[in-house]
Design a protein around this ligand. Structure first.
Ligand SMILES: [Zn+2]
Length: 330
């Protein structure tokens, strides 16, 4: 069985978009065997990490396990969707999370990001073990080794370049398809009111509860002013907000290099639109300063490159985020 594999090499032949679609269609549909929801969670975690990839197209097991843990934490702890497996036994990831929660007496209301860093790392490491036994090899098998290579001993995970490009190009569509199929399977396994009820849960599993830690870092090193309109935010009357420069609904993750301080008016009018292109230069400059100034941001800016945010901007337009927002400057 492919899920037992410890190493998987990448088949280097070039795939057309059509061929990649065909593989995705099989992987997502009931044509591929799924005893649990793991494959969907791994795809979601890869998508969440598309812009965290390094120059060699690699992601770390930790990055992927972090996304994976967060997905199940939200499903299991917040939404009581404990059945993620066919058959009598719970999926191992679910058992691990429930035991972990109990052992460390973490309240149900705690979102994953609220758990302290040390504990998060502990859980990530446990989840990684589950992924090594049951997840990486299984999806590798389903994709016929055409999407990624992996190696458990080195914790090495490399996506094929043109599959990576494909995933960025059709990101939104892939997210929606994955959410839909995952919700459908969870619906089958749990007693829930409807697929719409579930879709909402599955769609929001990646959402972070608070951007406060980022706000603190930004406020510490930058003047309290709106990134878009320049309004002074240091006065009490003007609450500071944190805005995703590239809309959250597209990136589905929170990276400090994509977050800016904003006034309420700009944040509310921008919503999930892109700011006009000129601001791309501004955020690149801002990130340059961030990289120089902030020692603790070195880890926060790991793998950040100017070209990444440019790429993200262009890919979000290709994914339908083509409505451009212009701030009211004054
Ligand atoms: Zn503003």
């Amino acid at each position: 069985m492919s899920h037992k594999l410890k190493v998987g090499e990448l088949k280097e032949d070039y795939l057309t978009d059509e061929e990649i679609w065909r593989i995705f269609t099989v992987v997502l549909s009931t044509k591929s065997v799924k005893s649990s929801t793991y494959k969907y969670a791994l795809i979601k975690s890869i998508i969440e990490n598309l812009y965290q990839i390094d120059d060699n197209h690699q992601l770390t097991y930790n990055q992927l396990a972090y996304g994976f843990a967060k997905i199940y934490w939200n499903l299991v702890v917040h939404h009581d969707l404990e059945n993620q497996n066919r058959g009598d036994r719970n999926a191992k990831a679910v058992t691990v999370i429930l035991e972990f929660q109990k052992k460390h007496a973490i309240p149900n209301e705690f979102s994953y990001d609220k758990i302290n860093d040390q504990l998060q790392l502990k859980l990530v490491s446990k989840i990684k073990t589950v992924m090594k036994t049951n997840v990486f090899g299984a999806l590798y098998g389903d994709t016929g080794g055409q999407f990624y290579a992996f190696d458990h001993s080195r914790e090495y995970f490399k996506i094929k370049k043109n599959v990576h490009q494909f995933m960025m190009k059709y990101q939104l569509l892939l997210v929606n398809l994955t959410n839909y199929h995952m919700a459908k399977m969870i619906e089958e396994l749990n007693e829930v009111p409807s697929i719409n009820y579930l879709l909402e849960k599955v769609e929001t599993v990646a959402k972070r509860s608070s951007l406060k830690p980022f706000e603190r870092v930004l406020l510490h090193y930058f003047e309290a002013s709106c990134f878009y309109c320049g309004k002074d935010l240091s006065k009490q009357k003007q609450p500071t907000e944190v805005d995703h420069f590239i809309p959250w609904s597209f990136v589905q993750s929170d990276q400090i290099w994509n977050l800016v301080l904003s006034c309420r008016h700009c944040n509310n009018t921008k919503r999930d639109k892109l700011p006009e292109r000129e601001y791309l230069n501004f955020i690149i400059d801002r990130n340059k300063v961030l990289k120089e100034k902030v020692i603790e941001s070195q880890s926060l800016l790991e793998n950040y490159k100017d070209k990444k945010i440019i790429m993200l901007y262009d890919y979000s337009i290709k994914n339908g985020f083509d409505e451009i927002w212009v701030p009211r400057r004054g």
